[in-house]
Design a protein. Structure first.
Length: 366
């Protein structure tokens, strides 16, 4: 099937591999996984994902509503800062509402008490390669670190949420973290129904000790008689999508530079934020090119790659691992063509589920 570039292509077979690991962890440990919509909200594949996951977790009213409407099952609603209107709306459909601070918990308790209430806790430990994404960074606003305030409100809560990891693929580190959480908060956990360990745990990575991970979760759950939740985002969708582009021009300034019909700033924004290069499966040939986007930003660069053959106008370039924090962050900078969204279904057929045009661009502005 010929699709005009640019477009995101989600591969359900690759997605299924991650989902099977999530299912394995649940079967071995009893831990439930809810999809982190902040990372991936492309609901055209939710029919597949809901067969392997317990529901969704969110970071805003709109995400929570999307999870409720398009995914179903359990709907966990978290937000760094709720408004009065947010809380009034979210309690109508959420199974759990999780407050970020004790002040918000105390302010909205009477409104929210019709659903299960949770509180985010900052345990003072974390794992992250980037200070920007470190939940326990200095002056972090994410979760309460006040044990006295937590103790004062513990009878109002059904659970606690600890999100303190970012791309943690080190099981030994995770194991030590979990022990530390138990030591520090065990007295509270014994009074609660559930604990969420958040996301950022890369347990679907090839070679990760899934059985040991599952045993650790099961032992923790049994010790505190508590339901454990995980909030996989990238662990659910990593490696399952590409951003497919075409070369529109080739220029030379000390090296060959291929300009493609997509943009880092508009279509893979995290690469720019974290100063990373895109990934490419076929990198390693004899012909090096810098590959750049076509926005006006001077630093709109995907990276430098070596291709097996010289590039020409119209050459297709596919950027790998383009599912997480891409489609949820895409934007209309420069009015560039928004990539379409396509899915390769389990049977191999490709379906274009969404195209964007000038009217979408215009409506986004006024």
């Amino acid at each position: 099937m010929q699709i005009s570039t640019p477009y995101y292509l989600i591969d359900e077979q690759k997605l299924l591999r991650n989902l099977e690991t999530i299912k394995q962890v649940h079967e071995l440990s009893g831990a439930k996984s809810v999809l982190a919509l902040k990372c991936f909200s492309t609901w055209c594949v939710f029919d597949l994902m809901r067969q392997y996951m317990a529901g969704t977790t969110s970071s805003s009213l709109f995400e929570a509503q999307l999870g409720f409407e398009k995914f179903g099952k359990e709907t966990h609603a978290y937000c760094v800062g709720y408004s009065d209107e947010d809380v009034a709306a979210v309690v109508k459909f959420a199974d759990k509402i999780i407050f970020n601070s004790v002040s918000q918990l105390e302010r909205y308790y009477d409104v929210a008490r019709t659903v299960k209430i949770g509180l985010r806790v900052n345990p003072g430990i974390s794992y992250s390669h980037f200070d920007l994404a470190d939940p326990a960074r200095k002056f972090s606003r994410l979760g309460t670190a006040d044990r006295e305030a937590l103790s004062r409100n513990i009878d109002r809560l059904s659970g606690l949420m600890f999100h303190y990891n970012c791309e943690n693929d080190d099981f030994g580190n995770f194991s030590q973290q979990l022990d530390a959480l138990g030591d520090k908060y065990g007295e509270f956990l014994l009074k609660l129904e559930w604990i969420s360990l958040g996301g950022g745990l890369y347990f679907t990575k090839e070679g990760y000790p899934v059985e040991a991970f599952s045993r650790k979760l099961a032992d923790f759950a049994n010790k505190y008689n508590i339901q454990v939740y995980l909030e996989p985002g990238e662990s659910a969708i990593t490696g399952c999508a590409e951003l497919v582009t075409s070369v529109v021009d080739i220029v030379h300034n000390e090296m060959d530079i291929a300009i493609v019909d997509a943009s880092v700033e508009a279509h893979m924004l995290d690469l720019l934020i974290y100063r990373l290069s895109a990934k490419m499966a076929n990198d390693g040939g004899a012909y090096p090119y810098m590959v750049a986007g076509r926005s006006c930003l001077a630093g709109d660069v995907f990276g430098t790659f070596a291709f097996p053959e010289p590039l020409t106008i119209g050459s297709e370039i596919r950027f790998a691992d383009a599912a997480g924090y891409t489609m949820v962050k895409k934007n209309w900078f420069n009015g560039l063509q928004m990539p379409a969204i396509a899915v390769r279904r389990l049977d191999g057929t490709i379906e274009v589920v969404r195209r964007f045009d000038y009217e979408d661009f215009k409506r986004s502005l006024s």
